[in-house]
Design a protein around this ligand. Structure first.
Ligand SMILES: Cc1ncc(COP(=O)(O)O)c(C=O)c1O
Length: 377
């Protein structure tokens, strides 16, 4: 495992050393319950509030607009079910896209089964939705528009500010799943004009099992879990103090290094693309050529399965968007929605770089992937 080059940072990232270090005291001497009124509790509460400020600072909101959750999935569920439940009887409609993560797609599917009209925006060949279609789908009966900021498979970035304006003109709320974007590109809630925004800790070098939902002040949301009054009543349950502290540290680091790291990773990614296209005639780029996460390169290898390439490229840890169940390969629904035929979609490999990716690794990975493609049947 250690010898493999990790190019799967959209799946998860390692917790940064500084993040782990900041968390450790909160497992032991800082074990207090933030709800307790004695010193143990007060110290833990102060630390949680500091972390809230660090998360808020990264996305440009007020600290009290951050609700800590268990991760991207829960944040998306809270935003979607919460907004749908808080809407009036006349406003039951949901507008979403055909390329959402299952943590958005499946809550929308359930709402549809429960009687909410759901409109799913199509995407073009680069994976982007169109403002025209969003405008046609949004009306006085729309409660929520939920479209991801950046796609996990292709990295394609959606025109969220335009969609927010369309949602608001219709009187609806705007949610964006920014699990893949936060920490990789500048994300500011006022630039995006969103009401709700999802953050997932483990995509930005914080641990797994912690995340946050940005809830714009005044936004009506009904919690789906009931308990005590933690997190303004929106997410009851004793706080995951070490995880929250880790997320805060991760956001502070991201804010510090984002501008520099964005350029570095983008240059390495483009170098990887150049090396691969030189060695694989007919290699196809999946995703938007420019409106794309700086770390993400999704390519389709011609004439073979992405899975076969990765099985042979033993030095590389990456992923395909397709699923293999009982020997049958199913192409990625994101890529087929973009118009790829089954063969091109099954040839896809997602290479996602991170802070630990080096130039030497890129050269080795490219050599390995090219050799694997040549040897593939
Ligand atoms: C776009 C997107 N949304 C949501 C999630 C889910 O986040 P979590 O794993 O923290 O529940 C992921 C993780 O893969 C993701 O890529």
């Amino acid at each position: 495992m250690r010898d493999q080059i990790y190019l799967d940072c959209n799946a998860t990232t390692p917790a940064a050393a500084e993040v782990v270090e900041s968390m450790l005291p909160w497992f032991s001497e800082g074990f207090g319950n933030p709800s307790s009124s004695h010193a143990y509790g007060r110290v833990a509460k102060d630390a949680v509030e500091r972390a809230r400020g660090q998360v808020a600072s990264l996305i440009g909101c007020a600290a009290d607009e951050i609700v800590f959750t268990s991760g991207g999935t829960e944040s998306n569920n809270l935003a979607i079910f919460g907004a749908a439940a808080a809407a009036t009887r006349e406003r039951r409609g949901i507008v979403t896209s055909v390329v959402e993560h299952p943590a958005v797609e499946r809550p929308c599917d359930r709402l549809e089964r429960e009687g909410h009209p759901v409109a799913r925006l199509s995407v073009d060949g680069t994976g982007r939705v169109s403002a025209e279609e969003a405008r046609e789908a949004s009306n006085g009966r729309t409660a929520l528009v939920t479209v991801m900021l950046a796609n996990n498979e292709t990295g394609t970035i959606q025109p969220i500010r335009g969609l927010s304006r369309i949602a608001h003109e219709a009187g609806a709320l705007m949610h964006t799943d920014a699990a893949q974007a936060v920490g990789k590109i500048p994300v500011r809630v006022d630039d995006l004009e969103v009401d709700l925004l999802t953050i997932a800790g483990h995509k930005l070098y914080a641990p797994k099992g912690v995340g946050a939902l940005y809830v714009r002040s005044g936004t009506k949301l009904r919690p789906f879990a009931l308990g005590a009054s933690h997190e303004r009543g929106l997410r009851p349950g004793t706080e995951n103090v070490p995880g929250i502290i880790g997320l805060g540290t991760a956001c502070e680091i991201a804010e510090r290094i984002l501008a520099e790291e964005w350029i570095r990773e983008e240059a390495l990614r483009d170098e990887l693309w150049a090396l691969l296209t030189a060695g694989v005639p007919g290699l196809r780029l999946n995703g938007h050529p420019t409106e794309r996460l700086p770390n993400t390169l999704n390519v389709s290898f011609p004439g073979t399965l992405g899975r076969s390439v990765l099985e042979k490229a033993r030095e590389v840890a990456a992923s395909t968007g397709s699923a293999c169940h009982e020997g049958v390969d199913t192409p990625s629904s994101v890529l087929t929605a973009m118009g790829l035929d089954a063969a091109a979609a099954l040839g896809a490999v997602r290479l996602s770089l991170g802070r630990n990716t080096t130039r030497e690794q890129i050269a080795t990975a490219a050599r390995s992937l090219i050799a694997a493609w040549m040897a593939a049947d």
